[in-house]
Design a protein around this ligand. Sequence first.
Ligand SMILES: CN(C(=O)[C@H](Cc1cnc[nH]1)NC(=O)OCc1ccccc1)[C@@H](Cc1ccccc1)C(=O)N[C@@H](Cc1c[nH]c2ccccc12)C(=O)NO
Ligand SMILES: [Zn+2]
Length: 319
Amino acid sequence: MSVEKMTTFQLEKHVDYIKSLDKKADFDSVVMEHLRMSGAYWGLTAMDMMHSLDDMDGDEIAAWILKCQHDCGGFGGNLGHDPHILYTLNAVQILALFDKLDVADADKIANYISGLQKDDGSFAGDEWGEIDTRFTYAAVNCLSILKRMHTINVQKATDFLVRCRNFDGGFGCTPGGESHAGQIFCCVAALAIMGALHHVDKDLLGWWLCERQVKAGGLNGRPEKLPDVCYSWWVLSSLVILDRAHWINKEKLKDFILNCQDQDRGGISDAPDDAVDVFHTFFGVAGLSLLEYPGIKSIDPAYALPVHVVDRIFFRQKC
Ligand SMILES: CN(C(=O)[C@H](Cc1cnc[nH]1)NC(=O)OCc1ccccc1)[C@@H](Cc1ccccc1)C(=O)N[C@@H](Cc1c[nH]c2ccccc12)C(=O)NO
Ligand SMILES: [Zn+2]
């Protein structure tokens, strides 16, 4: 049994790592260029959880986001990139972080998203028509934040997700698709936002999810796979929504995530001693947040936004 170096959360190092990203023009930033909107959402949400969103220029970022919007209402992953439902969600999430939802035309965005819903209740990701439960989650999260849920057929959206339920209690990307932690998160979170969690067998799915924890403490995405920090989010957020989070060993998961930090340069990787990236840094901080690690703001397990942001959206007193 190797003695893992016991470590604490290196908050300041992770803040500096994320701030350094914008200036880098290395391989990663080129490869990730088409999903820069997602990268911005991961980095900025992590910054807010670490009490450092004020270090970022919200006005400059909001201006860039609006330049990524097309006439159809959808947002692309970067300037000049085609609109897609995933980046439209990320754009709206970032505006919510900065309390700048007022700069978005909610009706125009809702029109884009509702136009992607099919007769069977499913959602396409864009005009090319790929169907995936990820896109239902993106549609439902985004429209809920914009208060435009009435622009889609919620009952048919729910019926499609139920048709994607498997015998193991999990969900796949389409009916008959095998259960995968990422798809399970999307379906469980979307059902929670639509108030339809009664369609989920919490004990059956809770068992499948807690079985994702390996001896080393980390969580994997499917049976027999290696543990990966991002599954700390996909699996644990689903368990929190199903009220079964106490079925895993939280202490061992916390140590696994802390062990994936780069102690010197900051950032969190998918597994110990791997290269860090902004994606796993976000999902590592979000996992620690769900584990109620001291000094990290709470994150909402369904909206994937800090709780104070979700509260501001839904409970702001209209003066
Ligand atoms: C395109 N992506 C992936 O395929 C990652 C790759 C990976 C990371 N660790 C193990 N594999 N896989 C991934 O996100 O799988 C989780 C998943 C799968 C399907 C549905 C939802 C989540 C990553 C980017 C990436 C690529 C390569 C290495 C690290 C990060 C990615 O953008 N994932 C998306 C997953 C996703 C796509 N659509 C979504 C809709 C809602 C929620 C999540 C997503 C995301 O988390 N957006 O916020
Ligand atoms: Zn991962």
